[in-house]
Write a protein that binds this ligand. Sequence first.
Ligand SMILES: Cc1ncc(COP(=O)(O)O)c(C=O)c1O
Length: 501
Amino acid sequence: MRLRALTKVSSLLIREGNNRMDLEPQKVVDEILNPILNKLYTSHTKAVDYKSPEELKQIIDFSLPDQTTSIDLKDIKQLIQNTFEFTPSTQHPFQFNYLYSKPDFVGVLGDWIISLINSNVHTYEASPVFSMAEVELIKNLAAIVGLGEDADGIFCPGGSYSNMMAVFLAKNRCIENEDIKEKELVIFKSEQAHYSIDKAATLLGIKPDNICRVSCDKKGRMQIRSLRRQIEGCLSADKKPACVCATSGTTVLGGFDPLDEISEALSDYGRIWLHVDAAWGGAVLMSAQHRHLMKGIERADSMTWDFHKALNAPILCSAFLVRSAISIKSMFHVYDSYLFHDSEPLRQYDLGRKTAQCGRRGDAFKLWLMWKVRGRSYFESRVDKSFKVTSEAIKLIKERTAFWLYDENPAFWNVCFYFVPEHLRHKDGIKACSEREKLELQAITKKLYKCLNKDGRVLVNYAEINGDPPFLRLIFGNPELSSEQIKDVFDIIESTGNIII
Ligand SMILES: Cc1ncc(COP(=O)(O)O)c(C=O)c1O
């Protein structure tokens, strides 16, 4: 990489041995970035090297100096090396904890470009290329979803923010209607929907009592009968059902709510905004084979779709899509003239008009670049391969008596299971366990989670739903995993389990 042109504008005084010198961008690339990149893709030591805050303080000096006269190059390198070393590695093939993993490198390049250009994507004048790339993306995404000609959207700083936009629009639509202006507004979500919906509702002034939790079936899907009951309860209390937040790809089980059935049910109760939080599961729309999981999505009023999760754009990259462009374009009527010079309120490329933010990062650009370089079929093949990897993992779990799957046939890439001690293995799953045995499984899962993460070879998570004991949750979103690697992972988990009991 040649970055001489930037040398004079951005340099940092450093010391190398006894010589003081400038840390030029080219030097940053040669001395710091290249070694990191070489190491990042060639060596995989631990997935996690956990340190407590006290331990980390002993390793990294977090204090900030008054003077910035000079710093050793080797100190900078060490600092960066430590930052990598003590952050759970998303590059590592055995990282199964998070809904995100190794970022796509074209996306990383896009991210660097965004930082180097350092412009705000609020007006066309400030960021013409980023703005046009984002508009093109929104058009393509809305077409994939099937939201129709009038669709629109905006990229948001994360799925939680996108969900907040949905609750805001739903609330706005109710407030505009004179007949229900005075009524209390109610939001419905499944009991397994993400907590960002509750946060959004709370931030937007919905009372906690008016955030209704609809029960789910065993696979984490919203139950229609329960939804109907809750809506009817709300109506008989003379409140207004403002929004149903369905989920495509729940965080713990990867459940997909039945969107067609939900829309059908809602049509019996007048106008209720249907939002679909597909932050995690939206990726299935890229696949001809798997998009049936979101059948009915074209009937939604809005949708959240995070590309930094299942499709590996670097964090953050979240699209918020709406079926009716006017709903998002008219959501804010405050445009300061220092920024929005043009009086025409609906200028297509002034994206700052469609969000509560002023400053906006060009997060859409990294996805646009990924798509441009790799083509849409790349996303489809990633998704299809990850489903195959997950099937392989399920098959391998079923072959072992030491594991019980929580859901024998998960819809998505969330694989949830128990490590079972020898004396319980003859039992017919968790439902056949006594309360005492359930407590034993609870203790084992928690201990196993701690031991695995301390050991560091495999990074996993655990979760708990339906009042059942907590289970291990592994996310199989890495399409590059081989059968041998998956087998190694289960060997590590099983042998660690056998040691701790
Ligand atoms: C289903 C779902 N929705 C929303 C979110 C929030 O997304 P973000 O972390 O981008 O705010 C998450 C996060 O895991 C999620 O799983």
